[in-house]
Design a protein around this ligand. Structure first.
Ligand code: AMP
Length: 399
C-alpha cells in the first residue's frame, strides 16, 4: 500500500533543500536535508527521522550536476528509506510572486509562464526556484505542484510602503517594494497567534536574522512595512549582501571605477555584508569568536542597523508590543540579542539577561512594557501546510 506524503523543495543557486511530511491534519515531518554545492563538489546531508542515521556524504559531480540531478539523488535516498511513500503534492519556495501572487498557487502552465516573466526581478533566485519546479514536474507528473512566495505575506502592505519615489511609470512596470522572508514571517505570526494571541493582535516587529536578514512590522498579523524592498538586497547588512546603500555608490563604481554591472552585482550580493566589512567571514559564529577589530566592526554595524530599523518600524506601527527574534542568529546568538536590546527601555523593551542566556522563549523581564521573544522559524512547514491545503481544496472541488 502506498503512503501519501508531501515533499517541499527550496531550490537555491547552488543548493536544493527538501523536507518530507506525512499527509495528516498538521504535516508531520519524516525527513529533511539538502544537497549543497550543486555543479561543483556536491554534498548530501539528510536527517531521515527516528531510528535512521543522519546522512552526510560527498557526491560524484555527475550525481548533482544540476537541480534535476540533485533531485534524483534526493529521491533515490527517500525511496530507499520510505519505500511506500508516494508524493501527492510538492510545495516549492519561490522567491518572487510579483504584484499578482499574494497567496500560494497551484502551478499550471499559465502560472509557470507568469513566474518566468518575474525572473528579471530576482535573477539570482527565481530561475533556480523554477528549475526545482521543472525537476519535480518531471519526477512526479501526477503530483500537484504548489508555489509559495516569499513576497506574498507583504502584498497587502500600505501603498506608501509599496512605492519608490521614482517616476510613476516604474510602479506600473512592477518596480515596487515587495519585501521578502514572507514564509518565515507567516510562520512566526502564526505561532504568536497560537501562543500569545494578545501580542499577535498588537504591534510586532519580527527580526529574521540569518545569513539573509530582514525585519518586518506586523499589525494584527498583517505586514505593514519591511526592510527589504525590490530585491532581497535592501535593508539590513547580511552574510554577504550589503543591505541599504546609497544608489549613488553604483554610479561611482560604474562611472569612476569602470566596473561592469555584473561586477557590481557580484560585490553587492556576494562580497559585502558581514563578509565584506570584516574581510574574514559571513558566519556570525566565526566573527563572534574572532576577537579582532574588523570582525567587531562588522558586528557593530549589524547591530546598529537593526536598532535603527527597529525605531523606524515601531514608528510605522505607532508603538511596539513585541520584538521577536528568529533565524540562525536571532534564535542562537544571545550576545547579538543582548547588544540589540540593551538600552532600549525608551521603546519599552527590557531584556532579562538570565532568560536570554538560557535561550528562553520569552526573554524580556516581567516588568518590560513590550515583550521580547525568540520563536524558531519553520518556512518548510508553512510550505507543507499550504501545499496540503491546496491539495485538499482540489480534491474537494473534484469530489
Ligand atoms: P540561517 O541562514 O538562518 O541558517 O543562519 C545562519 C547564521 O546563523 C550564520 O551567520 C551563523 O553563524 C548564525 N548562527 C547559528 N548558530 C549561531 C550561534 N550559536 N551563535 C551565533 N550565530 C549563530
Amino acid at each position: 500500500m502506498s503512503r501519501p506524503v508531501t515533499l517541499t523543495l527550496n531550490a537555491g543557486s547552488s543548493s536544493l533543500k527538501f523536507s518530507l511530511y506525512d499527509i495528516s491534519g498538521e504535516p508531520a515531518q519524516l525527513a529533511a536535508g539538502l544537497v549543497e554545492n550543486i555543479g561543483k563538489a556536491p554534498r548530501l546531508k539528510a536527517d531521515l527521522g527516528e531510528g535512521e542515521a543522519r546522512v552526510a556524504r560527498e557526491l560524484d559531480a555527475a550525481q548533482a550536476a544540476d537541480h534535476h540531478g540533485a533531485l534524483s539523488t534526493v529521491l533515490d535516498l527517500l525511496r530507499q528509506t520510505f519505500p511506500t511513500a508516494r508524493a501527492s503534492v510538492v510545495g516549492h519556495r519561490v522567491v518572487h510572486g510579483g504584484p499578482r501572487f499574494s497567496s500560494p498557487m497551484v502551478v499550471t502552465d499559465g502560472v509557470m509562464a507568469e513566474l518566468r516573466k518575474l525572473a528579471p526581478f530576482a535573477p539570482i533566485h527565481q530561475p533556480h526556484n523554477l528549475a526545482g519546479i521543472a525537476a519535480a514536474q518531471a519526477a512526479f507528473p501526477e503530483a500537484l505542484q504548489v508555489a509559495c512566495f516569499d513576497t506574498a505575506f507583504h502584498r497587502h502592505h500600505p501603498k506608501a510602503n509599496d512605492v519608490f519615489a521614482l517616476p510613476r511609470e516604474y510602479y506600473d512596470k512592477g518596480i515596487r517594494r515587495y519585501g521578502f522572508h514572507g514564509l518565515s514571517y507567516e510562520y512566526v505570526s502564526g505561532e504568536l497567534k497560537r501562543i500569545a494571541p494578545l501580542i499577535h493582535a498588537g504591534r510586532v516587529v519580527v527580526a529574521h536574522l540569518g545569513n539573509g536578514a530582514s525585519m518586518c512590522a506586523i499589525l494584527d498579523g498583517r505586514s505593514v512595512a519591511s526592510t527589504m524592498g525590490f530585491t532581497a538586497l535592501d535593508g539590513l547588512p547580511m552574510g554577504t549582501r550589503c543591505g541599504q546603500v546609497d544608489p549613488g555608490v553604483i554610479f561611482y563604481m560604474v562611472q569612476q571605477e569602470g566596473r561592469t554591472i555584473d561586477e557590481v552585482r557580484d560585490i553587492f550580493y556576494n562580497k559585502s555584508g558581514l563578509l565584506g566589512l570584516s574581510g574574514i567571514s559571513n558566519d556570525m559564529r566565526v566573527l563572534e569568536s574572532a576577537g579582532v577589530p574588523e570582525a567587531n566592526e562588522a558586528i557593530d554595524y549589524f547591530v546598529f542597523r537593526i536598532r535603527r530599523e527597529l525605531g523606524g518600524l515601531a514608528a510605522a506601527l505607532g508603538g511596539l508590543d513585541a520584538l521577536v527574534f528568529c533565524g540562525g542568529i536571532g534564535e542562537n546568538s544571545r550576545k547579538i540579542r543582548r547588544r540589540i536590546c540593551d538600552g532600549l527601555d525608551w521603546i519599552g523593551l527590557e531584556l532579562d539577561h538570565d532568560r536570554n542566556d538560557s535561550n528562553a522563549r520569552v526573554i524580556s523581564t516581567d516588568f518590560s512594557r513590550a515583550r521580547i521573544m525568540v520563536v524558531p522559524t519553520n518556512e518548510e512547514l508553512v510550505i507543507a501546510r499550504a501545499a496540503q491545503r491546496l491539495l485538499a481544496e482540489g480534491q474537494a472541488a473534484t469530489a
